[in-house]
Design a protein around this ligand. Structure first.
Ligand code: SAM
Length: 348
């Protein structure tokens, strides 16, 4: 554990906006790039050739450094962060990082995205540390489909035990993330929805995205949200829920019979770049301003050499002011395809 004195930053008032007038509001923090799954759409085993694929543990930002960085982002207008990876629960000592983050004044919401298998061990500690919300990724209830999509690593009972542990620890309303690939798991989606209807948890169907380069993405495998509205509606009538928040990634729908809500994330068919107020931080201190980015801005030297909170904040502000990313809106016009950073590096 490091015992350095926390850096105090003088609050700044003016919101920082990018070139398309989008304020900086949310931050995704990848706390580790390693994962205990090998999902075919994210980190396929055959793409991990040789040594040095993952960051050595001593290259990861320390808890203290992550806390300083998050404090700088909060000072620039961020009120909500999501802890991700890789698999964030494989980072040693995650609850103590969460408790440092929870102490940051002005930070209202700390969410976590996880595959869930380590939650039986960690959920209570995470709740006590001040974690606000949990999203668990689960692509199918069909054991064979799940095994295939996770590269042979996921067991349904482990993920369901993780969900139960989170609920028992007080995280009553989880989000369940389901990436859908046509011909792979789309035929199992209605079963998954049936399972979670009435549970208080909300399934979010995510259009398969062309993140990174290793998943051999093809448009034919995307099932659009519009198709889901129709397919689900044939079994359980649904209606849209208006939330009025342009930065919300999911369009929410409620079952008319009162059995809860679902979310549809349409990054491919209905891009939401115009409302994107999200920055991303890798586990070694690179700042990205788009999930489909190719270039990160290295904040590590500032952190490790100068450790000056004002310089850190000014550097982040300077990066955001020049932001003009809108990849999802222009993907079809880009040629040749760009060399994108893998999602497990950048943080999903
Ligand atoms: N390991 C954690 C987990 O499984 O939730 C956190 C990291 S993971 C990269 C975050 C989310 O990104 C997961 O819900 C995952 O399903 C989603 N994801 C990964 N690759 C994707 C892709 N190609 N298209 C859509 N979603 C993807």
């Amino acid at each position: 554990m490091d015992m350095q004195v926390p850096i105090k930053i003088v609050p700044q008032t003016a919101p920082v906006e990018d070139l398309l007038s989008r304020p900086l509001r949310e931050l995704r923090v990848s706390v580790i790039d390693r994962c205990n799954f090998r999902c075919t759409y994210c980190m396929p085993e055959d793409s991990l050739q040789g040594r040095g694929v993952f960051l050595p543990l001593d290259k990861l930002l320390t808890d203290h450094e992550i806390t300083d960085l998050v404090r700088a982002f909060v000072d620039l207008g961020v009120h909500k962060i999501r802890i991700t990876g890789g698999e964030p629960l494989v980072r040693p000592g995650l609850p103590s990082l969460i408790s440092r983050l929870a102490a940051i004044e002005g930070l209202r919401d700390i969410a976590l995205t996880t595959n869930g298998v380590l939650l039986p061990r960690l959920a209570t500690d995470l709740a006590e540390a001040g974690l606000s919300r949990i999203t668990v990724s689960l692509d199918s209830l069909d054991r064979q489909v799940l095994a295939h999509m996770s590269g042979g690593k996921a067991r349904l009972e482990d993920i369901l035990a993780g969900i139960a542990a989170a609920t028992a620890a007080g995280f009553k309303r989880l989000k369940i993330n389901t990436v859908v690939q046509r011909g792979v798991n789309d035929h199992t989606v209605l079963d998954l929805l049936a399972y979670f209807r009435g549970s208080g948890h909300s399934v979010r169907l995510i259009e398969y995205m062309d993140v990174g380069n290793s998943n051999h993405w093809h448009l034919d495998q995307v099932v659009s949200s519009a198709e889901w509205v129709q397919r689900i509606g044939e079994t359980w009538p649904i209606e849209p829920v208006s939330n009025g928040r342009p930065s919300e990634t999911a369009r929410r729908y409620r079952y008319l019979d009162g059995q809860g809500e679902i979310g549809l994330i349409s990054s491919i068919s209905q891009p939401f770049c115009g409302g994107c107020t999200r920055a991303r931080l890798t586990a070694d201190g690179l700042l990205y301003t788009c999930l489909f980015g190719t270039k990160g801005f290295n904040l590590m030297p500032l952190l490790r050499q100068a450790s000056d909170p004002v310089m850190l904040r000014d550097r982040i502000r300077a990066v955001w002011l020049k932001r003009d990313d809108r990849y999802s809106e222009v993907r079809s016009e880009l040629s040749p395809p760009r060399d994108k950073v893998e999602m497990y590096r950048m943080g999903g």
